[in-house]
Design a protein around this ligand. Structure first.
Ligand code: 6R9
Length: 646
């Protein structure tokens, strides 16, 4: 990408925080002053929200960048912070998890229950030979045991590596091998789209290729038949249910490895992102308190992410539980048994805070306004978004049809690598703009820079960088320090900036707009145009629910914009109208060469559009690697449609 990104989309709508929320907010504007006065003292203060068995000697050791050490010399136990201290503080009978299985079965788990279960699991893992520093792979459906397994590992100092319960045998085996995991925790299966979906056979095939695995611990969820290898396979209900519920948590060093999580890695070998203990929990916990304004006595919080995504780690397990939250956990898909399932759950549990992804929001908009309108959503008071840029019109739809025009929206930008939220409105402070993540949180430093690493200033576009270390930053790529430096710290090595890989702009007021991955930026007749802005222009048309655009090689313009759109239920529109609509919104340079109506778009399991595959279609190439797709048949449908249409 050369010099800068064009700054095209204008947005004038403003939404101030609701007065009552602002008056009672957990975090007010003074947090920015505190952090500006002394950033390290600010984070030390946030670390004091946790219980440490030994105080640190130094807040940050940045003497060997980019290898950071936070809270040097401090010691704590993560599970103790998420469970024991709440029980000791007398809130053991507060509900930690309202779990809802896809078939409609439910479980209500208090903090005391969760504590007991994690203690048993910690003892069981110890009996299976797991000790501090060992790696444990977790390949599970969205059942409470997934959180229990993670916390039990954390409790005994084993490093977990959660792998999405839908990934293939090769993906699982590759991740087990890379981390040399000793144990896999899994289930016979889980419920997806109204049917049991098996997990154990994939584990069996993977483990056959992974000699480091000594034990496979299996939760019985669906009751489906499983192959069994005596001596290696053990049932959770045999070993965990029979283990002692007494377990004293030992403290670990602040830099003890807590988890490895592999990023989807669209092209190369997946990267094992390593997170450690003290800094990670400090920031996951504080941001959950600040961004969601969580009032643990009153709120019912629901993050719809899967545990296999970093969002599930930081905002289902570690953030909410460290804050003593009551939360909903749902096993299945949003359209089972009907398209109102999410709203039925909000109504049933009186959810107050909902955190979901733009892909889900656009899908709900496509399904129609009348579906959420059938449910009582009046308990909601705050909405969050994560995973992709949220198009302004999707943001407005979310606000109106889910938030009843009263709930603030926090659009939270962060990554597996950052461990916790970095850029987001504060709901009691920030006047928001639909589609903008607004600005860095207190204690976080971010900039938009040009090719040479100079700030672009208001009104300019370029690269989003993080220019100061932060507590929950990744510490390295597991087993590959060189790749860590090369991937994240080499682009702006002279300045010492972390480069996230995302394009961004600052509008005239200095608000931040994420513009998608820089690899996706299109170069049309010498102009750098972001996929996000063209997609948002398309989604702003009343007939369009979702859009994905890519740059395809073009003999005259270098690249031409090729768009794929999903229409809203019942809507009809012709291609010429949509092309004109984009030209009118953003300027003639952004007029797509072609627009194809499709039924689905290729997405990863965390809901991100895989533009690389659409580029293959637009340029009539054979398709690249589709292993991280949620549903690989989508690509056949799209290419068949494109061939028929052209
Ligand atoms: C948490 C998570 C990280 C990438 C990131 C960016 C995109 C996430 C976003 C967003 C715009 C937001 N992304 N949140 N883009 N606005 N609010 O998603 O982690 O799966 O590692 O993905 O997702 O491109 O670089 P991860």
């Amino acid at each position: 990408m050369s010099e800068t990104l064009e700054n095209l989309l204008q947005e004038d709508r403003l939404f101030p925080p609701p007065a009552e929320l602002a008056a009672n907010a957990n975090v007010t504007a003074s947090a920015f002053d505190d952090a500006a006065a002394d950033r390290l003292a600010f984070w030390a203060d946030k670390a004091h929200r946790l219980d440490w068995s030994k105080e640190w000697d130094q807040v940050l050791d940045w003497s060997n960048p980019p290898f950071a050490k936070w809270f040097v010399g401090g010691r704590l136990n993560i599970a103790y912070n998420c469970l024991d201290r709440h029980v000791l503080n007398g809130i053991g009978d507060r509900v930690a998890i309202h779990w809802e299985g896809e078939p409609g079965d439910t479980r209500t788990i208090t903090y005391a229950d969760l504590h007991t279960e994690v203690c048993r699991a910690a003892n069981a893992l110890t009996d299976l030979g797991v000790t501090a520093g060992d790696r444990v792979a977790i390949y599970m459906p969205m059942i409470p045991e997934a959180a229990v397994a993670m916390l039990a590992c954390a409790r005994i100092g084993a490093t977990h590596s959660v792998v999405f319960g839908g990934f293939s045998k090769d993906a699982l085996a590759g991740r087990i091998r890379d981390a040399s995991a000793k144990v896999v925790i899994t289930a016979d299966g889980g419920y997806r789209r109204g049917a049991p979906s098996a997990l154990k056979p994939t584990v069996d095939e993977s483990v056959a290729e992974c000699p480091t695995i000594e034990k496979v611990l299996v939760v019985r969820r669906t009751g489906q038949d499983v192959d069994w290898q005596d001596g290696r396979d053990v049932w959770w209900h045999d070993v965990v249910d029979n283990a002692s519920s007494e377990h004293e948590a030992q403290a670990f060093d602040a830099e003890h490895p807590l988890f490895i999580l592999y990023t989807s890695g669209t092209t190369a070998k997946p990267k094992g992102i390593l997170h450690t203990t003290g800094g990670y929990l400090t920031q996951a916990s504080y941001t959950h308190h600040a961004v969601f304004d969580l009032k643990p006595e009153n709120d019912v919080y629901w993050c719809t992410a899967d545990i296999g995504w970093v969002t599930g780690h930081s905002y289902i397990v570690y953030g909410p539980l460290s804050n003593g939250a009551t939360q909903v956990m749902y096993e299945g898909t949003p359209d089972t048994p009907h398209r109102g399932r999410f709203w039925e759950i909000v109504e049933k549990y009186k959810v107050t805070i909902l955190y979901t992804a733009p892909t889900a929001i656009r899908t709900f908009a496509k399904w129609g306004d009348d579906i959420p309108a059938q449910f009582d959503l009046s308990s909601l008071r705050l909405l969050g978004s994560v995973g992709e840029p949220i198009n302004p019109e999707a943001w407005m739809w979310y606000r109106e049809h889910i938030g009843g025009d009263r709930c603030p929206i926090v659009d939270t930008w962060w990554q597996t690598e950052t461990g916790a939220i970095m850029v987001s409105p504060l709901p009691g402070v920030t006047v928001t703009k639909p589609g903008s993540a607004m600005g860095p949180l207190p204690g976080i430093s971010a900039e938009v820079v040009d090719d040479a690493g100079n700030p672009v200033g208001n009104g300019g576009g370029g690269y989003l960088v993080l220019n100061e270390p932060w507590p929950s930053m990744l510490r390295t790529i597991w087993g590959d320090d060189d790749r860590f430096i090369e991937t994240y710290w080499s682009r702006f090595a002279a300045q010492g900036y972390y480069f996230a890989g995302d394009g961004a702009k600052k509008d005239d007021d200095g608000a931040l707009w994420l513009l998608g991955r820089v690899d996706d930026v299109m170069l049309v007749s010498g102009h750098n145009i972001s996929t996000t802005e063209v997609e948002s222009a398309l989604v702003a048309h009343a007939a369009v629910a979702e859009a994905a655009v890519v740059g395809a090689t073009d003999p005259t313009t270098g690249q031409a914009i090729v768009a794929f759109v999903i229409l809203r239920g019942g809507a009809e529109v012709d291609e010429a109208t949509l092309r004109e609509h984009v030209a009118k919104t953003l300027g003639p340079i952004c007029k797509p060469r072609s627009i194809q109506v499709v039924a689905e778009l290729p997405k990863t399991r965390s809901g991100k559009i895989m533009r690389r595959l659409l580029r293959d279609i637009a340029e009539k190439r054979t398709m690249g690697d589709v292993t991280t797709l949620q549903d690989s048949s989508v690509m056949d449908l799209i290419s068949a449609g494109v061939q028929a249409g052209k």
